[in-house]
Ligand binder design. Structure first.
Ligand code: PRP
Ligand code: URA
Length: 219
């Protein structure tokens, strides 16, 4: 079982996934010597582990099955539809772990990048499943820094009718959590760490650097 602490701010909840294996893997990811191959693999593994918590309240239905020994009433996840929506690029690194857990989930994509000077997000892509508004949507992005990118992605999903959304990040700054909770009090946030602060370039301190660059080896 995965244990986690719940910290309540306003209406939504921040779920801090403090499972030892998540914390162990995150520490390796943070180290500057860790290369892209290991960084990607660890992010995938953490995403699967976090996925256990994020899917914890999926409803179950009874089904009648037969084991080699006898008939029984068993449980199956109700036909609740799920969509994973990564914020490009870095959110892509969390998709495969979640798909290992829920292989039938659909995947949408939201392309956003932070302008280097203003630190404000710029939208460049959006492609979502047609029935996205009927699905539980898990938005993925390893870094919740100022919160601008996540807030814009959540706005875009709500404009398209989504009402059941969760945000899954790896490392968050207190500033980002506050911003998302103020703008989207209905969206629970799942994180593996809440770090100290942002620096003058709006990077998380201590953080892990630029997640997109570390996943894809672009710097
Ligand atoms: C990073 C990160 C988030 C965003 C977080 O993306 O993956 O999307 O910054 O910052 P914010 O909370 O201040 O908006 P980036 O813009 O570097 O794009 P990339 O994933 O394509 O590298
Ligand atoms: N984006 C990142 O990739 N890292 C940060 O620390 C902040 C924004």
């Amino acid at each position: 079982m995965i244990t986690f602490a719940k910290i309540t701010y306003h209406m939504s909840q921040v779920h801090l996934i403090d499972h030892p294996m998540v914390q162990h893997k995150l520490s390796i990811m943070r180290q500057k010597e860790t290369g892209s191959k290991d960084f990607r693999q660890l992010l995938k593994e953490i995403s699967l582990l976090m996925g256990y918590e994020i899917t914890r309240d999926l409803p179950l239905a009874d089904i009648e099955i037969e084991t080699p020994i006898s008939k029984m009433t068993a449980s199956r996840v109700l036909g609740r539809k799920l969509a994973v929506v990564p914020i490009l690029r870095a959110g892509l690194g969390m998709v495969d772990g979640l798909l290992d857990l829920v292989p039938v989930a659909r995947v949408g994509h939201i392309g956003l990048y932070r302008d280097e000077k203003t630190h404000k997000p710029v939208v460049y892509y959006c492609k979502l499943p047609e029935d996205i508004q009927e699905r539980l949507v898990i938005v993925t992005d390893p870094m919740l820094a100022t919160g601008g990118s996540s807030c814009d992605a959540l706005d875009m999903l709500k404009e398209r009718g989504c009402t059941n959304i969760k945000l899954m990040c790896l490392v968050a700054a207190p500033e980002g959590i506050e911003k998302v909770q103020a703008a989207h009090p209905d969206v629970d946030i799942y994180v593996a760490a809440i770090d100290e602060r942002l620096n003058e370039n709006a990077y998380i301190v201590p953080g892990l650097g630029d997640a997109g660059d570390r996943i894809f080896g672009t710097k």
